[in-house]
Design a protein around this ligand. Structure first.
Ligand code: HEC
Ligand code: HEC
Length: 327
């Protein structure tokens, strides 16, 4: 009997340990075989990411919206681009984009390389066509020299610009948070309330069914009944089941990246978690994802989950923009 009890507890603790290992960092940062990472390429990508000359009137860079200090987001409900033009969606972080397989809220791009020139061209973001971008950069002697070193024989093309930006983005990965220290065995790393919140997250709340793995997302597309008119993934795939579906976002640093959701309509983490734990904003909305059910989380439970999510915050990024740009 005692033996059985011991082996049962062993089994339970093993399965618990196994369970937590799903949150561990993958051993390597994925990279594309056709776009290997070198220090020169990372440095070039960083210049491009911060250079406002990638926009039509030299006012907006990638970093205008993906601001390092704000965990690479911008703190406004919907992105604001060139000439104050208002976009239609909230700016997601680029931290851990290296680990994603799909990009944008509707998952319309399959690689960071494919994604990189989208914002440059977008009318409400940087409003510069890829051809004009190439011509503009080719006119800058400093860039010609740096591209020749980073991509010998290839020069300045849409492809090398996209590859350099993507290579830089792959270096923007999250650092250790209190939660990571707890997963590795430091029992004191997070509070008791946060631990209770974690239990709700993985059990009653069923949050783990979408927010799982190191980056807290399985990238599934779901309609979570927010009830706005954005068609989401339906744009790409005209099957009505995708109406209002958006990609499950990472939850790393989420306590620091309000406002929330694709439309930036929610300002506090408490409200966002309440919505996610109670079947959406409009519970009866037709088209809600069958995996997104009303879990009936109480306000007390919601607060505990928030305490847990706060443990996913790493040290604030301290990335300085380049001091000078190529001339
Ligand atoms: C005007 C603000 C703005 C600018 C400038 C901007 N972005 Fe974004 N970025 C956004 C918004 C908004 C989205 C989400 C758009 C969507 O889903 O339709 C986004 C999405 C992304 C994503 C996808 C993240 C994910 O989780 O799917 C990446 C990567 C990214 N941007 C990188 C860049 C790069 C590189 C540049 C510069 C070439 C750039 N952004 C310029 C606002 C901006
Ligand atoms: C069926 C999949 C699914 C489940 C289950 C789920 N989520 Fe989400 N979550 C999403 C999707 C999809 C979004 C983005 C929806 C949008 O913007 O339209 C999201 C967004 C969020 C956000 C906002 C993040 C941001 O940066 O905007 C938070 C916070 C969040 N979820 C927490 C939770 C919690 C806590 C639970 C459990 C109570 C949970 N989610 C359950 C899919 C899910």
């Amino acid at each position: 009997m005692v033996k059985l009890f011991l082996s049962l507890t062993l089994l339970c603790s093993l399965s618990f340990a196994f369970d937590r290992s799903i949150w561990l960092r993958p051993k390597e940062i994925p990279s594309l075989p056709e776009s290997p990472l070198t220090q020169q390429r990372v440095a070039l990508g960083k210049l491009l990411f911060f250079d406002p000359r990638l926009s039509r009137d030299d006012t907006v860079s990638c970093a205008s919206c993906h601001i390092p200090y704000y965990y690479w987001t911008d703190k406004v409900p919907k992105a604001v681009g060139i000439g104050g033009r208002k976009g239609t969606r909230n700016t997601p972080t680029i931290i851990n984009a290296a680990y994603l397989r799909t990009f944008f809220w509707d998952a319309r791009a399959d690689s960071l390389e494919m994604q990189a020139l989208g914002p440059v061209e977008a009318k409400a973001e940087m409003d510069l066509s890829p051809d004009r971008l190439v011509a503009k950069l080719r006119n800058i002697k400093g860039y010609r020299e740096i591209f020749d070193k980073a991509y010998p024989g290839e020069g300045i093309t849409k492809e090398t610009i996209a590859k350099a930006i993507a290579t830089f983005e792959r270096t923007v990965v999250s650092k250790e948070s209190p939660f990571d220290r707890w997963v590795k065995g430091d029992r004191e790393a997070i509070s008791e309330e946060a631990k209770e919140g974690y239990e709700i997250f993985i059990s009653e709340g069923h949050c783990k069914s979408c927010h799982n793995g190191f980056n807290f997302t399985n990238e599934s597309l779901n309609n979570i009944a927010l009830g706005d008119s954005d068609p989401g993934a339906f744009i790409l795939n005209k099957n009505p089941i995708w109406k209002g579906s958006f990609k499950t976002p990472t939850l790393r640093n989420v306590a620091e990246t309000s406002p929330y959701f694709h439309d930036g309509s929610v300002h506090t983490l408490e409200e966002a978690v309440y919505i996610c734990g109670n079947g959406g904003r409009y519970k009866d909305l037709k088209g809600r994802s069958p995996f997104f059910r009303d879990r009936g989380l109480s306000m007390t439970q919601v607060r505990k989950v928030v305490r847990f999510l706060e443990t996913l915050t790493e040290e604030r990024p301290k990335i300085e923009p380049p001091e000078t740009f190529p001339q």
